[in-house]
Design a protein around this ligand. Structure first.
Ligand code: SF4
Ligand code: ZN
Length: 740
């Protein structure tokens, strides 16, 4: 390793450790050593420290412990010209740096009102980790780029971002060069930066780059199933990243402040880069810093420099060995998941469909093999060149798929993918599904030659690419003729209705198997979700049908069929087959699980529940609180405090983590009397599920109950709540005691 880089990295590490020590000492003086410290919504404490040291940091005191380890790792400060023959010293300095940086960043969150200033986003929580991180390890995202610094012009910044987005490469941004940051450049150009657009600005100080690495470390723990706590685990986490998370660092621009030292970048940047190299992430720079070419920790070179901007993405892909699966979709505009969250605003609108503006629908049907002509795209009615600029046209999209392994039950699951596939077209916005889609095509896309035929091309290509195991043939019909759209819409509505009856009407009694999900076992090692037709996974992301489709697509994945076996108790919802499965899958920690009870052997909770249901003994009912609600609740705890008590994969009678859809299921805590027990929920949640809730209350013949369910506007303490319930005559008060 070049001695200049090594000594700079070691100096940087010393600076960071000293800074962390000082800030920590200040924090301990302001608060006390036992003061809790951590990032929002994560089960991984300070994730990088957990991964590397196996240390669960919960308090400021624990931070001191972590820093002690960092200091032990620190190599002595080098003399300016000292020859450092070993890479090891710089790598240790890199690890020490990351530990110090994570503490520095975590200390900001001591202030409960702390929020990073826009455009910066700060720490990535576990919910995003689960939805986005999986894409990194299953190959949907080929990797991530940690961009540090700034580009010569805003235009260069936009071009670099587009080049990465187009290849589905996730872009993390941190640090500045010469006071300017790539994120600020993109913000100035009005570029939308969020997880939806694959552009994630972490923070302006270079220490915020640690968020990219603690994200990578959590990906290894979550998806690689690596349980932290040992030296071996730390090694595995780093190896997992080297082998599975294809990431690289782009060092952009020079720091003129260090001129005269012979260095082009600051010590802090070198130190952070040394941390990234430990993960097997190489550094590609546009300025001519010293290169480190021999292969070792990284798959290829460690540091490659002096790469011109127009070649930097290609070079990074080569160096890191990214496998870019360019979808060969014959359309005239870029395509990639990075465009999924993109909006088309009124000023850029060429033509739109649906929404409030015209009739539109989309339908996917499973057809017999001989009724689908693979790749056929038919347009019935005028194309968009006959539209009035800024106007609306009707639209019907019918996707017919055929496949030997395809089942009618998969139709809605596949149909829901249309949204995802169409949104990934640069210049096309897609919202909604079924008979409520709203689609916009931008002027730019139209000018580049995008037409409705391309809409079909995308669907044909993507269904085959992503669902190759299920789908053998795809054909698409795009209809813009008003009369025909209306006629077909009638037929489509019949199908939606029948499907609702089949899926929504599907009862646990109608199936002989449930599905399991064990995706969350990496941090809640004994947690198992059992997913039934009437009770989806507690994260809200997996319904019974989704689990079935997921199993079909990947039999070795996290979802397995669980035969119900003999019913031991129909009221509690206890089956022999489920108990047997859970016993094994929970590593012998659980003996029995009731699917429908909050009091007797309830399901365990991992940590990513959409809502928590909690018994309020004094009201003889239950309250439910959703993750979005941060205020006080009548149980005297906020959502996050409660989450700490309930999570971790333990059975906690009286508490239940659930998905939102389950709240209006017939099987919602039916062993305790069901929805009649519900006495309190946040108003936002009540509004969100209003329609379903009203329908459910009508079904049980108690429509008036809707107004008797209190919200934070009626009560936030148990005394206020009880008073409210008595005043309105809530039925829970008259029910059998919920706590025996
Ligand atoms: Fe985790 Fe359960 Fe959701 Fe699976 S269904 S991801 S185990 S919460
Ligand atoms: Zn979970």
């Amino acid at each position: 390793m070049s001695k200049i880089i090594a000594s700079a990295a070691i100096r940087g590490a010393h600076k960071y450790v000293a800074e962390a020590e000082q800030k920590l000492a200040e924090a301990i003086e302001t608060y006390k050593p036992e003061k809790k410290v951590g990032f929002p919504n994560t089960a991984y404490h300070l994730p990088l420290i957990l991964a590397i040291l196996g240390l669960k940091v919960e308090t400021l005191k624990d931070c001191q412990e972590a820093l002690k380890h960092a200091k032990e790792l620190l190599p002595p400060l080098p003399e300016e010209q000292l020859w450092l023959p070993y890479l090891g010293d710089a790598l240790d300095a890199g690890i020490a740096t990351l530990i110090a940086e994570e503490i520095i960043e975590a200390l900001r969150y001591l202030d409960p009102s702390y929020k990073p200033e826009p455009p910066w986003l700060g720490f990535t929580d576990d919910t995003i980790l689960r939805t986005q991180g999986i894409k990194l390890v299953d190959g949907r995202m080929p990797g991530f780029a940690a961009c540090v610094g700034a580009l010569p012009t805003n235009r260069d910044a936009v071009e670099l971002a587009r080049a990465l987005q187009e290849r589905n490469i996730l872009v993390f941004i941190a640090g500045d060069s010469n006071g300017r940051s790539m994120a600020e450049q993109l913000a100035d150009e009005g570029i939308d930066m969020s997880w939806d657009t694959f552009l994630v600005p972490y923070g302006k100080p270079i220490s915020a780059a640690v968020f990219a690495l603690n994200f990578a470390a959590r990906a290894a723990m979550t998806f690689g199933g690596i349980k932290p706590g040992s030296f071996d685990a730390a090694r595995k986490i780093l190896l997992y990243n080297k082998e599975r998370v294809f990431a690289f660092v782009l060092a952009l621009g020079a720091d003129p402040g260090v001129n005269g030292t012979g260095q082009l970048l600051t010590d802090e940047k070198y130190a952070t880069a040394a941390g990234a190299i430990n993960f097997g992430f190489p550094v590609i720079a546009d300025v001519p810093i010293p290169q480190i070419l021999p292969r070792g920790i990284c798959t290829y070179e460690h540091v490659v420099s002096g790469v011109s901007l127009d070649k930097i993405v290609q070079k990074a892909i080569e160096v890191r060995g990214l496998k870019i699966k360019i979808s060969k979709i014959p359309i005239p505009v870029p395509y990639g998941a990075g465009f999924e969250g993109e909006r088309v605003r009124k000023e850029n609108l060429y033509v739109e469909f649906g929404g409030k503006y015209s009739t539109a629908f989309e339908l996917l049907r499973a057809r017999p093999m001989d009724e689908v002509e693979d790749g056929k795209i038919e347009l019935i009615g005028p194309d968009i060149d006959q539209a009035q600029e800024g106007g609306a046209m009707p639209l019907g999209v019918i996707v017919d798929v055929a496949g030997r392994n395809l089942k009618p039950d998969f139709e809605p699951v596949l149909e829901r993918r249309i949204h995802h596939f169409i949104s990934c077209i640069n210049g096309v916005m897609h919202i909604g599904q079924r008979d409520i889609p709203w689609v916009r095509i931008s002027k730019e896309a139209y000018e580049k030659g995008f037409r409705l035929k391309h809409y079909g091309e995308v669907l044909v290509a993507k269904f085959k690419e992503d669902f190759g195991a299920l789908v053998d043939k795809v054909q698409v019909k795009v209809v813009t003729d008003q009369a025909q759209v209306e006629a077909l819409l009638k037929e489509a509505r019949e199908i939606y209705r029948a499907r609702d009856e089949r899926v929504m009407g599907m009862k646990d009694e109608d199936v002989d198997k449930f599905y399991s999900c064990i995706l969350c076992q990496s941090y809640a090692p004994n947690h198992v979700c059992i997913v039934t037709p009437q009770r989806l996974g507690l994260c809200g992301a997996y319904t019974w049908l989704d689990c079935g489709a997921s199993y079909e697509m990947d039999p070795h994945g996290p979802n397995k069929p669980v035969p119900k076996g003999v019913c031991l108790d129909p009221v509690l919802g206890e089956w022999q087959g489920v108990n047997e499965y859970v016993r094994v899958a929970s590593n012998g920690n659980l003996e029995r699980v009731s699917m429908y009870s909050i009091m007797q052997n309830p399901q365990t909770s991992c940590g990513c529940f959409e809502c928590i249901v909690a018994v309020l003994p004094e009201t003889n009912g239950v309250m439910v609180v959703s993750r979005e609600y941060q205020g006080e609740t009548p149980i005297g705890m906020t959502f996050s405090t409660m989450a700490g008590e309930v999570g971790g994969g333990l059975q906690t009678p009286g508490f239940l983590g659930v998905g939102k859809l389950y709240l209006t299921s017939e099987k919602f805590i039916s062993a305790e009397g069901g929805i009649k027990r519900l006495v309190w929920m946040p108003s936002e949640l009540k509004e969100e599920i209003k329609e379903r809730l009203q329908k459910r209350l009508e079904e049980i013949g108690m429509p008036e109950l809707f107004d008797k369910i209190a919200t934070e506007k009626d009560a936030t303490t148990s005394e206020e709540l009880l008073e409210f319930l008595q005043r309105v005559g809530h039925p829970a008060l008259e029910m059998e005691p919920i706590v025996q």
